[in-house]
Design a protein around this ligand. Structure first.
Ligand code: FAD
Length: 281
């Protein structure tokens, strides 16, 4: 397996000190696997602004893995975004994940001066030139609000043309949807790496809820098997590990340029897949 591929782990900033300690402990374990970078999510509308900043800076400087903040534009003004970019730039952060974001329920209608992620990518380039490596989101199974697949593909192309350097996908359980999406955007002249986002399966009911919301389809054959395990968490995890490892193997064999793990702040589920694949340390 070539080390030229890139591997990364994503965290979310926590609300409690205990949660933060767990996140840092997880990050220290994962740092031992020499990932190319960590990333840390951002609550749209600035709902996690300080927690995201603190987590990113701590992971970057203490755990010593280059860490990319996620940044979303709904609900934040240009002045707020400019201030965040400046802070990250001054702290030596070199990579950023640029998103539109989803406002948490209860935060009202989307506001902010930038409406779509392509506007944010352009804004980051205008403000900071080539300082940041900019990641954007890709949706092999279509963003849930897109009118149709072709519109969503056109949106992805717009983000790439606005200056994105690479992309991370929403998670999916069907490798063919990834290959089809990549082929489709390559035909439209997009050459940036598109890295599959990988969601380990650990808990069926949470996964089903989350997948409904973000538009990721759980294929019937996986869903039925997970449902059959009911509360047998051990079987769900071991089946999930096998299914996701096989999918990742297919993705890498088929030319995926790396993997990005949605860790949900846990090391073991991602590492089980990592070890099955015999990825480089
Ligand atoms: P966009 O690319 O702007 O697309 C959003 C929708 O608008 C799509 O339906 C698209 O087709 C349409 N669209 C885009 N541009 C245009 C245009 N110019 N005209 C008309 N329609 C357009 N959310 C968070 O809140 N915080 C996070 O940290 C976070 N991290 C994420 C990380 C990854 C890897 C991924 C895949 C998603 C993440 N999300 C996060 C979720 C993301 O914010 C949501 O999916 C959001 O709804 C869309 O964000 P986007 O950047 O893909 O938006």
């Amino acid at each position: 397996m070539s080390k030229e591929r890139r591997y990364s782990f994503e965290f979310f900033p926590t609300k409690t000190d205990a949660g933060h300690e767990k996140l840092m402990a997880t990050a220290r374990v994962l740092a031992g696997y020499n990932p190319d970078f960590f990333s840390c999510t951002y609550g749209a509308g600035g709902s996690t602004r300080d927690r995201t900043i603190n987590t990113v800076l701590q992971l970057d400087s203490e755990v010593k893995v280059p860490t990319a903040p996620h940044l979303s534009c709904v609900g934040d003004s240009k002045a707020e975004l400019r201030a965040l970019l400046k802070q990250y730039q001054e702290a030596g952060i070199k990579r950023i994940v640029a998103l539109r974001g989803d406002l948490p329920s209860g935060m009202g209608m989307a506001s902010g001066e930038l409406r779509h992620a392509n506007d944010l990518v352009s804004f980051i380039r205008e403000e900071t030139g080539s300082h940041f490596h900019i990641e954007v989101a890709a949706y092999p199974e279509m963003h849930p609000q897109a009118r149709n697949f072709e519109d969503d593909v056109a949106n992805f192309v717009r983000k790439a043309k606005a200056g994105a350097d690479s992309a991370i996908t929403q998670y999916f359980f069907n490798a063919d949807s990834y290959f089809y999406f990549v082929e489709r955007v390559r035909k439209m002249g997009v050459t940036i790496p598109i890295v599959p986002g990988i969601m380990p399966i650990t808990n069926y009911s949470k996964l089903a809820r989350f997948s409904d919301a973000c538009g990721a389809e759980i294929p019937r054959w996986i869903r039925k098997q997970l449902e059959a395990y009911a509360d047998d968490i051990e079987s769900i995890q071991s089946y999930g590990e096998q299914v996701i490892s096989e999918m990742c193997d297919r993705l890498l064999q088929g030319g995926a340029p790396g993997l990005h793990f949605y860790t949900l702040n846990q090391a073991e589920p991602s590492l089980a897949i990592w070890n099955n694949l015999k990825l480089p340390r």
